[in-house]
Structures are given as C-alpha cells and as structure tokens.
Design a protein around this ligand. Structure first.
Ligand SMILES: Cc1cc2nc3c(=O)[nH]c(=O)nc-3n(C[C@H](O)[C@H](O)[C@H](O)COP(=O)(O)O)c2cc1C
Ligand SMILES: [Fe+2]
Ligand SMILES: [Fe+2]
Length: 416
C-alpha cells in the first residue's frame, strides 16, 4: 500500500473500493470506484480530498501516508473541494485524531463542514483567486466551480506542479487497473474507462452540464499539466483529452448527441416486446448504431448512459392501470431529472382496452424538448400492418438521427 507519486512531493493516497452499496444510494458500481485523495508536501502538508469509510478506504489512506513517512497527525491542511460524503466521510475521525488540522473549503463548503460534521473551529473559507502557500514553492490557487457537482464545489490548482485537483469534474466510476494514470493504461482498458466515465457523467453530472462548460471556461488560460480528479484516472499524458471528453458529454443534452439510437422497452405479456424487432429491423436498414435495454430487468444507471449519448430514443411501453408501465415511468422520470433533452423520439406500446400509457408519456415528456415521431400504439398483439408500420417508423427515426450534423467534430477535440 504505497503512495503513488504524481510529481516531486505530490502523491496519490486514495483507495480503490468495491462495495455492495449503491453509489449515492442509487447507482450500482459493479466495477467499484476510486476515491482519490492527494497529499502535497511543502513545509506545510496538505491533503486534497478525503475518503469515505467504504471498503477499508481510510485504512488504505493511512497505509499510503505511512509509506511516505506521514501520519494523519502530520497533516496541516485538509482541502475539501466538495463536501459530498464520498470525499469527506472520514473528516470527523481525522479531526478527532488531528484536532489542529485546518479545513479549507468555499464559504458554502464550510457551512456543510459544520452541517455534516459539526466542525466550526479551524475552518477557512476561500474563494476564487485565493491562494494558500505551503512553503517549498507549493502554492494552491482556488477556483470555484459551483454545481460541478454541488453548489459549494471548487477546484484546487497547485501552481508549481501545474496540477489541477478538479474534484468530481473529469471523474469516472471504476477502479484503477494497474495504474492510476491514463498514459499507463493499456489500450485494452480504454473501453472500460469510456463506459464508466460516460455512465458516471450521465448518472451524476449530466444535469449540471451548463456549469461544466462554465467551469471549463473559467479554467481557460490556466496552464494545466495534469488533471487529478476525485474519482477515476489521473490525466498526466494528455489532460486535454478528458477536458474534451467532458465538453463532448456536456453537449449531449444540448442537441449535439451521437447519431445513435437507444431503444428501451418493458413488457408484461410480450405484446409490446414483439414490436421491438420490427423497429430494430427498420433501424438496421439504415445502419444506425443501436443499444437495447429492458426495464426493469436492467438497471437504469446503464440505460441512462446509453440514452444520454444517443440522439434518438425509442420507448416501448404498455399501459398499466391507465398509465405507463411503472418501471418505464421511473426510468423516464430520471431522464427528465438528468435533462436528457433534444432527442428524436419514437413511442410505441400495447394496451388492452382504453390505453393511457401514451397520454401519460406525452405529459411526462412535455418539457423535454423532444422531437416526436408519430406514436405506434396497438390493442393487444400487433397486426401485420402494425408490424410493417413499426419497421417504417424505425427506418424513419434512423434517417432523422443520421441527419443530425455532428456539430462537435472529432478532430476538434482530438478524440472520438
Ligand atoms: C396490471 C395490469 C394493468 C393494466 N392496466 C391497463 C389499463 O389501465 N388500460 C389498458 O388499456 N390496458 C391495461 N392493461 C392491459 C395491458 O396494457 C395489455 O395486456 C397489453 O397488451 C400489455 O402489453 P404487454 O404484453 O407488452 O405487457 C393492464 C394489464 C395489466 C397486467
Ligand atoms: Fe459529488
Ligand atoms: Fe464524488
């Protein structure tokens, strides 16, 4: 359990954890998550971000500190960029071990230090532009990045090493596999990180996309050599790749999604289900990439990721007690919450007598800025004509999706 060096006197002392717990009590993390914490050793010693008591994370932190001859009681400053307990859960214990430690956060952050941990003493509020000199040439400069992810969030820039400790911004689900650095990550793991990063963004950050872009703007002109987020990889080789990736993600709910389709369906007795293939046949005829998910069998966390990046959505949903099939309603409610806006959308589904799912769907999706195709609802099992209509509508949707100009050029951001 060693600390990992980012630069002279700057180390990663975080923990890769696996837990049965759901992240934020809602999102599964089958590949675990990295709780990144960093130490900067000037004349004074600072910890940037902390861990929560998950899967021995605090023990791991202590062991890594020990590997560079540090104890919790040696820490002078605790920099809390973001007060969410995944990064701060250990604060209470740390403070009882080291009562002299000074906690640094934004003004809103200090209020949460008190609210969560009852700590009022030795707490310093900082704002954009404020600095903290650790000695030996290490100086932190703070930049508030509100709502990436909570209102109190800030990033901390160390001026000598040019490392940006970016908090949740540029983060990801998933544990490190052999290296904490992106430039040491084998090619074979890149799809793993792509998936976990997009899922993290869609689940946690998507709603705050305008603030992500604002934060990136406020960092323009800052000479960033390395990005050290609070989850996921440390971007040492090409930090611009993760910045561009986040710009791309932040544009997915601003009418710039990928020319792909995500089809989500639920069915009680198979009548809605049999239409799925007809629609897929139409989509396939246009060669548009498609992902398919069934509710409630698949966790909405994964569905959100595919739906978020796709310009086209297909929602297959039967009527259940005059409304939508409840698991679909839950899924779409989250789409609404996460601002999955500006999609081309096809709705279909079966009903038994008077229907109701479509009306419920129209109501729920009203504020989503969705461009709807003609819905395809049918009583009981679809007829041959209705199957043909399904193929036609699938084709039509795929054509619409293909028309979307990719406003974000790959070359522009140096990545897919
Ligand atoms: C619990 C339950 C509630 C239902 N409520 C309605 C309803 O309110 N209105 C309606 O038209 N059909 C209702 N139905 C009938 C279904 O919508 C119909 O059987 C449909 O074909 C189901 O599609 P599926 O086979 O894809 O599940 C209900 C069925 C079930 C099992
Ligand atoms: Fe967070
Ligand atoms: Fe976090």
């Amino acid at each position: 359990m060693k600390a990992i060096k980012l630069d002279e006197n700057i180390y990663w002392v975080g923990a890769n954890i696996h837990t049965e717990d759901l992240f934020e009590g809602i999102w599964p993390i089958p590949h675990g998550v990295a709780l990144n914490s960093y130490v900067v050793k000037g004349e004074k010693i600072a910890l940037v971000e902390l861990v929560k008591e998950w899967g021995n994370a605090s023990q791991t932190l202590i062991r890594r500190l020990r590997s560079i001859n540090l104890k919790l009681s040696d820490i002078d400053y605790l920099i809390l960029n973001h007060l969410e307990p995944d990064h701060t859960g250990f604060t209470h214990l740390l403070k009882s071990i080291n009562p002299d430690i000074e906690i640094v956060a934004t003004e809103k952050g200090t209020a949460l230090v008190d609210a969560f941990y009852g700590i009022k003493e030795n707490v310093r509020a900082v704002k954009t532009g404020d600095t903290l000199d650790l000695g030996n040439g290490f100086v932190f400069k703070f930049v508030e990045i509100p709502n990436v992810h909570w209102p109190e969030t800030m990033a901390t820039y160390e001026m000598k090493s040019k490392i940006l400790f970016s908090s949740d911004a540029f983060g990801s689900f998933g544990v490190h596999k052999g290296s904490i650095f992106e430039d040491e990550t084998p090619q074979a793991y890149l799809p793993y990180w792509e998936n976990e990063m997009l899922r993290y963004y869609a689940n946690i950050v998507a709603m705050f996309s305008p603030m992500v872009l604002k934060a990136i703007d406020s960092l323009a002109g800052v000479d960033i050599k390395m990005i050290a987020p609070s989850h996921g990889l440390v971007w040492r080789g090409k930090p611009e790749v993760v910045i561009n990736k986040y710009i791309r993600y932040a544009n997915y709910n601003r009418d710039h999604a990928e020319p792909e389709i995500c089809l989500i369906w639920g069915s009680m007795y198979g009548n809605t289900e049999v239409m799925v293939n007809a629609i897929l046949k139409g989509i396939a005829s246009e060669g548009v990439p498609v992902t398919v998910h069934r509710v409630p069998n698949e966790d909405v966390s994964f569905i959100l990721a595919d739906a978020y990046k796709s310009a086209g959505l297909v929602i297959g949903c039967p009527t259940y007690e005059y409304e939508m099939f409840p698991p679909m309603k839950y899924c779409l409610d989250l789409f609404k919450k996460k601002h999955l806006w500006y999609k081309k959308v096809l709705f279909f589904g079966s009903y038994g007598w008077s229907g109701g799912a479509q009306k419920d769907f129209d109501e729920l999706s009203k504020s989503m800025k969705w461009d709807m195709l003609e819905p395809l609802t049918f009583r009981g099992h679809p007829t041959d004509e209705q199957f043909e209509k399904g193929v036609k509508l699938g084709t039509e949707l795929a054509r619409e999706v293909k028309k979307i100009p990719s406003k974000i050029k790959n070359e522009e951001y140096g990545m897919k």
